[in-house]
Write a protein that binds this ligand. Structure first.
Ligand SMILES: [Zn+2]
Length: 237
């Protein structure tokens, strides 16, 4: 059973003293976390593996302690890349109407959908099943490779923001459901045999879901601490 904790609300801070006509430059506060549901600001606290932090005002989930270590998350990302490559280079299905079975890969299926006069469907499927999942895997590798060696990657903040955006648009599980429904429906019209790509995308769905279930709380916390250390070292030089 998962333990639960409530994050402490942030202590009130007075407004910075600036001239009335001077532009206000806000300072980043990596020690704080904002609730996405109600905008309440809380003090960031370290979370134990399996522990969750909830907003004190609306009880929304703020963060989750990783059960998997950083090298473990890196291993999940590498396995995800392997499944992604297999899923795009090997046949998704073998279809035979009359005669020899015809292998169809995912890029071929998207191209045939485009050619059949469904460019919007092809673009949406391509974005949610190929482009964004690849972006999620590539960004996770980019961040986790140096971080598992206790090094802060270049452009940590923009990479984390892009990862968050790409994760929202990566919908491998929706593609899997659609592909399975299509295979079952097509089985009545032609002989359809599932290919290795379909199984690879099934594994990829589980890998991406378990990676995103861990959340980004710990990566944000570690990255922010290391960035603050770097800034302090730069200031003392
Ligand atoms: Zn809230």
């Amino acid at each position: 059973m998962t333990d639960s904790t409530t994050a402490r609300p942030a202590p009130p801070a007075g407004p910075p003293a600036v001239a009335a006509d001077a532009p206000v430059v806000l300072q980043p506060r990596p020690d704080l976390v904002i609730c996405e549901e109600c905008d309440a600001v809380h003090q960031r606290v370290p979370l134990q593996p399996g522990q969750t932090a909830h907003c004190r005002r609306c009880r929304a989930l703020l963060g989750r302690g990783h059960r998997v270590s950083l090298p473990g998350l890196l291993a999940l990302a590498i396995a995800g890349l392997l499944c992604f490559v297999i899923g795009n280079l090997t046949p998704l299905v073998w279809i035979s109407v009359r005669g020899a079975p015809d292998p169809v890969t995912l890029p071929e299926a998207l191209w045939q959908t485009w050619e059949a006069g469904q460019p919007l469907g092809a673009m949406l499927a391509g974005a949610t099943a190929v482009v964004f999942p690849f972006l999620v895997i590539a960004l996770r590798l980019y961040l986790l490779w140096p971080m598992s060696r206790r090094r802060l990657p270049q452009g940590f903040m923009p990479a984390m923001r892009l990862l968050r955006f790409a994760t929202r648009w990566s919908m491998v599980e929706v593609f899997m459901l659609g592909a399975l429904v299509a295979v079952v429906r097509a089985a009545g019209l032609a002989s359809v045999v599932p290919g290795p790509a379909l199984f690879a995308y099934g594994v990829l769905t589980m890998l991406l879901t378990s990676s995103s279930a861990a959340g980004l709380h710990r990566l944000w916390q570690l990255g922010s601490e290391w960035q603050a250390e770097q800034n302090r070292e730069a200031a003392t030089r």
